[in-house]
Design a protein around this ligand. Structure first.
Ligand SMILES: *Cc1c(COP(=O)(O)O)cnc(C)c1O
Length: 439
């Protein structure tokens, strides 16, 4: 045991020993007998190992949901990771003007790229899109009224509800229209001398079908402009690339929202943009300048690694290479035939344990508050008929790295669309591990 725990602080080892003894006593009380001393030593070492390991770990996403919030949303491009490592591993010109040798602003590093891509006059990056929306409302509508359609009073998930965010910002919510139908005239009729803004929120995680009407962005822009009001568009995911060529519905484009007349547009860094967690606000220069000076901006500012990763991700779009370099777009663009070839290759790696595994047609989802109900055709790797699918999925989650699979109609299902190609071998090893559990 001294060997197993050498070099660790004494207090940590003592605590691990207490825990191991406690477990052993419980075992004895339950009639399991006294564990041999070597087993006890191994248990102490295991407790030390657990206590000295961060719980946030790399995982393999075999669910087929490309932007999976619970699994960390967008995997980053190689270039974004390299930029984060480069800037994070040393000092940087984060807030330093290299030409003048004086203090600079962290907000300058990605604003040029964002302006070029969106067509907006100015840009500001904060910690996430929830913070971006809160800032826009707090900074520009505190103590005044914000008009929003009843059909857009949405809950995004994780407790982010638009009415709550509005209350938190100190703005007053004025709901107009009905759940399914709102007209620009409803917005116009709600204007008072206290109105600051029209807010549009993309209904990113559900879809309304049937007898539905919402005013277009252009209609809202004209109406807001005529009365000197602001129009803010929360796009949620937002995108610089069109999703339609992939057989999906269209996710609204940031550049269209800007050219369509929104004064400010808010969107996420780690949804369809495919970068690190961030919130982006683009729009009118005078409004962005006001928001930059707001005290809340300091509290929600992005860190250097985020700015480095976001900058490198945006460069992919500027160079026109996003579809090949940004992992979420590579996954969305992946052809079912390629996915099938990889699935059979994984079965091949299983050797004799691959018996009974098959490949079938199925569907992947984009997820993460974008394109609700939209799917992409895929090929699924399906476990053998006799396999206890729930137990196998649980065993896969215990592997290192953990593999997150799906269970459908009592069958283990893996979608390689969301597995990075370099992870295929590790995935195969995890499946062999499960087979060895004898499930
Ligand atoms: C996802 C989403 C948000 C929150 O964005 P985060 O980057 O997760 O903070 C806000 N509004 C809408 C419409 C969204 O879809």
């Amino acid at each position: 045991m001294a060997v197993l725990t050498r070099g660790y602080p004494r207090a940590l080892v003592v605590e691990a020993a207490r825990e191991a003894l406690e477990d052993a006593r419980r075992q004895i009380r339950d009639g399991a007998g006294r564990p041999p001393i070597l087993e006890l030593a191994a248990a102490v070492a295991a407790h030390v190992e657990t206590a000295t390991r961060a719980t946030l770990r790399r995982a393999i996403n075999a669910t087929g949901v490309v932007i999976h919030t619970n699994l960390g949303r967008a995997p980053l491009s190689r270039e974004a990771l390299a930029a984060m490592q480069e800037v994070g591993g040393g000092y940087s010109n984060l807030e330093y003007d290299l030409e003048a040798g004086t203090r600079g602003s962290r907000h300058e590093h990605v604003s040029g790229l964002l302006e070029r891509l969106s067509g907006a006059e100015a840009a500001l990056v904060v910690n996430n899109n929830a913070a971006a929306v809160l800032l826009a409302l707090t900074g520009l509508a505190h103590g005044r009224e914000v008009v929003i359609s009843r059909g857009e009073l949405v809950e995004i998930g994780g407790g982010f509800r638009i009415p709550d965010v509005l209350r938190q910002s100190g703005a007053e919510l004025v709901e107009v229209g009905t759940t399914n139908r709102t007209y620009v005239a409803d917005f116009e009729a709600a204007i008072s001398e206290r109105t600051a803004m029209f807010l549009r929120v993309h209904t990113s995680n559900f879809r309304q079908l049937g007898f539905v009407h919402t005013p277009t962005l252009a209609e809202l822009a004209v109406a807001a402009d005529a009365r000197g009001l602001l129009l803010v568009d929360d796009l949620g995911s937002g995108s610089f690339l069109d999703t339609a060529p992939f057989g999906l519905a269209r996710e609204p484009l940031v550049q269209e929202s800007v050219s369509g007349g929104a004064n400010l547009v808010c969107f996420s860094g780690d949804k369809l943009l495919g970068g690190p967690q961030a919130g982006v606000i683009v729009g009118r220069a005078d409004l962005i300048a006001r928001l930059k000076k707001h005290p809340l901006t300091r509290a929600i500012r992005p860190d250097k690694a985020t700015l480095a990763g976001l900058g490198a991700t945006l460069v992919h779009y500027v160079r026109g290479e996003a579809q090949d370099r940004v992992p979420v777009w590579r996954m969305i663009a992946a052809d079912p035939d390629q996915i099938e070839v990889r699935a059979w290759a994984v079965v091949g790696m299983l050797g004799s344990r691959g018996t009974g595994f098959g490949v079938e047609d199925g569907q992947s989802a984009v997820g993460g508050g974008s394109l609700p109900g939209e799917t992409l055709p895929t090929r699924l790797l399906v476990g053998p008929p006799g396999l206890d699918a729930q137990a196998a999925a649980a065993a896969l989650r215990q592997m290192s790295p953990p593999v997150i699979a799906r269970v459908e109609r009592d069958r283990l299902v893996l979608d390689l669309r969301t597995v990075l190609p370099e992870e295929d071998e590790v995935l195969a090893r995890a499946l062999v591990g499960v087979a060895e559990c004898g499930l």
